[in-house]
Design a protein around this ligand. Structure first.
Ligand SMILES: Cc1cn([C@H]2C[C@H](O)[C@@H](COP(=O)(O)OP(=O)(O)O[C@H]3O[C@@H](C)[C@H](O)[C@@H](O)[C@H]3O)O2)c(=O)[nH]c1=O
Length: 353
């Protein structure tokens, strides 16, 4: 199989490229290197192993050229971040949505019918909750006054009862809370329309909180695991927001790469997009993450400081059943083992801007 990986020099894309090559597949990497996992203009490991081209997914001519002879596309290139400042929306839309539209048009012309798309748990917005009286309810947005008063759990909008979190299945309502999240969902819509128009197949990989080697560091968008680790390695205590009891699904990048390779190798439903939670199925709190990392780095104990960032959600805990059923994917890296390895893993500085 010959695969074009956009964003193939990035944190997740580079692991997919390595795994595909290890398994004897042919890989073409397109990356603008604005924020690479490897941090150098020609990332070590690419020379000779993968065909590597520095360029942008919005460059229609280049994308068309690279699709020659390609069987499938793994689209990882995106501007990531929190996207809470509306003035960043044009940049997200240009790179994530216009870039995806260019790629899909080129795939149509080149008759490439298979796409694996990097999506994100951010498309859900807040997680799934059950009220003891009203059953599954849409979570109301947390008020700043509640957060300031130290009340972090979402309450039922109808009766005010405290809600229990539940696993989020792929057919949960999609309520993006940031420009970034909206552009990830728009990517899914563009790809779904392309699949319906062309009979193509799309697996939309809704990544949960991915961590592991080559994770970016020293950027506020790095993700909590990387930011905690950087603080600990500087000898500073990681600062835990809220009360530290907010839950996430931390999934190791090696598992995420394997899920992508399985998706590339698995025939999906034709003429549609199939979203999949890519997660471990083992929720952990942010407080636990801080404790585990502090232990593994032999650093100072975490400090819980309350507060929350705009657009922060409380618990997003994914249901892994569909990816298991359709791809045979189960995450193999346990939390304690993954975090211990991550404490000493090689991370990279972002380059460019
Ligand atoms: C950065 C940071 C976060 N947190 C908390 C805030 C959240 O409740 C929880 C998780 O935070 P984050 O990893 O920042 O994000 P997050 O769980 O909101 O998830 C997002 O992460 C972004 C980086 C990605 O762009 C998104 O695609 C998505 O994965 O950890 C801290 O307690 N201390 C910190 O220093």
């Amino acid at each position: 199989m010959r695969t074009l990986i956009t964003g193939g020099a990035g944190f997740i894309g580079s692991h997919i490229a390595d795994l595909l090559s290890d398994q004897g597949h042919e890989v073409v990497v397109l990356d603008n290197l604005l924020r690479t996992a490897h941090g150098s203009p020609r990332p070590p490991g690419y020379t000779g192993r993968h065909r590597f081209l520095r360029g942008d997914v919005t460059d229609a001519e280049l994308v068309a050229e690279l699709l020659d002879g390609v069987d499938a596309v793994c689209h990882q290139a995106a501007v990531v971040g929190h996207g809470v400042d509306p003035s960043d929306a044009p940049s997200y839309a240009l790179n994530n949505d216009y870039g995806t539209a260019v790629l899909l048009a080129a795939m149509h012309r080149a008759k490439v019918r298979k796409l694996v798309l990097a999506s994100s748990m951010v498309v859900y917005g807040e997680g799934r909750y059950e009220c003891p009286i009203h059953g599954i309810v849409p979570p109301s947005s947390r008020k700043q006054s509640d957060v300031d008063a130290g009340c972090f759990e979402p309450a039922c909008a109808d009766c005010g009862a405290e809600l229990d979190w539940r696993l989020v299945p792929e057919d949960a309502p999609l309520r993006p809370r940031s420009s970034y999240a909206a552009t990830k969902l728009a990517q899914e819509h563009l790809a779904a329309a392309w699949a319906r128009q062309t009979g193509g197949t799309v697996w939309a990989m809704r990544y949960h909180n991915v961590y592991g080697p080559r994770m970016p560091q020293n950027t506020p968008y790095a993700g909590v695991a990387s930011l905690f680790r950087s603080s600990l390695l500087r000898g500073e205590a990681p600062t835990v927001l809220e009360d530290g009891k907010q839950q996430r699904d931390f999934v190791h990048v090696h598992d995420v790469a394997r899920a992508n390779v399985l998706a590339l190798e698995t025939d999906g439903p034709e003429g549609d997009l199939t979203p999949l939670n890519i997660c471990s199925g083992q929720p952990h709190s942010v407080g636990e993450l801080a404790e585990e990392l502090a232990k593994a780095c032999d650093g100072p104990a975490p400090k819980t400081i309350g507060g929350a960032r705009p657009a922060d959600v409380r618990h997003v805990v994914a249901d892994p059943a569909r990816a298991r059923r359709l791809l045979g994917f189960t995450a193999r890296t346990g939390f304690a083992e993954g975090i211990a390895g991550f404490a000493t893993a090689e991370l990279r500085e972002p380059v460019g801007s």
